[in-house]
Write a protein that binds this ligand. Structure first.
Ligand code: F0G
Length: 461
């Protein structure tokens, strides 16, 4: 790959702007109190830099906006669908392309059709909606990422890889007849946005072939994964991103996709398969719950935005900037002293709050403490991925159990922030690092039965 020692610049100019409302620390102290220290309850207009998610929060290009104007809103056989289908087929190569309103809708349809209560789905790491949709069918979701992928500080070029020895054991343990598909999440969001190598995909496919188990990709961040392959895997530096994606997809039998990530759109998704009988069942279910197979719960104009976005995401200068932005943030936080998942992933930087705030025990939520402080000090919104979101309750004693890791994710929306925004985040984080030992833990005073992180109320201890 061409390398240059100059600054990697944003490969676009800004044509439309959305003002940020400035707030002071005093404003934010009050906002936090009113939101009961839950950042999901803070209004978006009260956030300066929103790093809650990279999903559906990116900026669209002028080409995407103009394509939306030609959206064909016909109920059946829309031209927008034909354009969308042609682009997806060209890049992904699968036979059947089924549009859905977002990634989790594709997951629900797929698992409803292929799972029985005795089924087991294998994955490097299931994203939480993927796991929830598998478990909703009564089936089991098993994660088989390599051990390096579970060790935050460990440097490895492809920490998203599936452990092939664990895969062989899992197939023997659960029985191939109970495993309708195996998935690879590219990049592996739950493991820190870490890529999967082409070699790993080939090895996984080879094992699955012995047992006739289809391979599916959770392709939400497929282009970022391909960029890491180009950068880090031998034999790929001269290949285009599109060629890398096309090769990877030839090893697959289908995919699920959230177009809110590497589709560069604000909404949308799709489900692909090469299996005619399966596609038929999936389309029947689609009609029941999402819509006719030529729109799948989306407007024609949304299909147009995705069709253009999927071409734009393959642009190497875009990906170079995208990965450089995340890496820049990760390296600066690491230089200050923040323990982060290394190396920084494609779409986000993850801070290990358990290591940073050793004085706050996991059940006093160190990740929550750090993310609340980031909002108080700088108006930066992030998400806790730790015992608030993933803590469990002991079935016998009813006691709270901590989650394995206490992370705070800083996810970067696509084409949305300038370098000075990121520099501002780094400055705020420098201040927080100085006072980290003064941060307090939190206690939950009110919580719902499910998915408590969205609505729980806290008090500082
Ligand atoms: N798969 C992965 C790897 C994801 O990261 C997500 C969403 C989904 C599937 C579900 O897609 O949101 O379109 O229904 N991730 C978002 C996030 C929510 O913040 O990481 P969806």
């Amino acid at each position: 790959m061409k390398s240059t020692f100059r600054t990697v610049i944003e490969p676009f100019i800004i044509k439309t702007v959305e003002p940020i409302k400035m707030t002071t620390v005093d404003d934010r102290v009050n906002i936090l109190k009113e939101a009961h220290y839950n950042l999901f309850k803070v209004k978006a207009q009260d956030v300066l830099i929103d790093l809650l998610t990279d999903s559906g929060t990116g900026a669209m290009s002028s080409n995407q906006w103009s394509a939306m104007f030609r959206g064909d809103e016909s109920y059946a056989g829309s031209q927008s669908f034909q354009r969308f289908e042609a682009v997806v087929k060209n890049i992904f190569g699968f036979k059947h392309i089924i549009p859905t309103h977002q990634g989790r809708a594709a997951e629900r349809i797929l698992f409803s059709v292929i799972c029985k209560p005795t089924s087991v789905i294998l994955n490097n790491s299931h994203f939480d909606t993927t796991r929830a949709n598998v478990e909703f069918q009564g089936a089991k979701a098993i994660d088989l990422v390599i051990d390096e992928g579970l060790n935050p500080q460990k440097i490895h070029p492809f920490k998203g890889n599936m452990d092939v020895e664990k895969l062989k054991k899992a197939i023997l343990h659960y029985g191939a007849e109970n495993i309708p598909i195996c998935m690879l999440t590219i990049t592996n969001n739950t493991g820190g946005g870490q890529p999967v190598s082409m070699q790993n995909v080939r090895e996984v496919k080879q094992i699955l072939n012995q047992y006739d188990i289809p391979l599916y990709f959770d392709a939400a961040r497929f282009a970022e994964n391909a960029f890491f392959i180009k950068e880090r895997e031998q034999g790929y530096d001269e290949k285009s991103i599109k060629e890398i994606v096309q090769e990877m997809m030839t090893y697959g039998d289908g995919c699920t996709m959230s177009a809110k990530k590497d589709g560069m759109a604000n909404i949308g998704g799709f489900l692909c398969t090469n299996d005619d009988a399966l596609a038929q069942m999936e389309k029947e279910l689609l009609i029941l719950t999402e819509g006719f197979p030529t729109y799948g719960g989306l407007a024609g104009r949304d299909l147009e935005a995705i069709a253009v976005g999927l071409e734009e995401v393959l642009d190497e200068s875009y990906l170079q900037y995208r990965i450089a932005e995340t890496r820049y943030l990760g390296e600066h936080l690491s230089a200050i002293g923040f323990p982060i998942i290394q190396p920084p992933g494609g779409h986000a930087v993850y801070i290990d709050a358990k290591t940073l705030l050793k004085h706050i025990p996991p059940l006093q939520f160190p990740g929550q403490s750090l993310s609340v402080e980031m909002y108080r000090a700088g108006g930066i919104r992030t998400v806790e991925i730790g015992s608030v979101g993933f803590g469990k309750v002991d079935q016998n004693t009813g006691a709270d159990l901590p989650s394995e890791m206490e992370l705070v994710r800083l996810a970067i929306p696509r084409r949305t922030h300038t370098q000075s925004h990121i520099d501002y985040v780094v400055e705020v984080m420098k201040e927080i690092y100085e006072i980290k030992n003064e941060l307090s833990g939190y206690k939950i005073v009110k919580q719902p039965k499910y998915l408590r992180h969205f609505t729980a109320e806290f008090i500082p201890l």
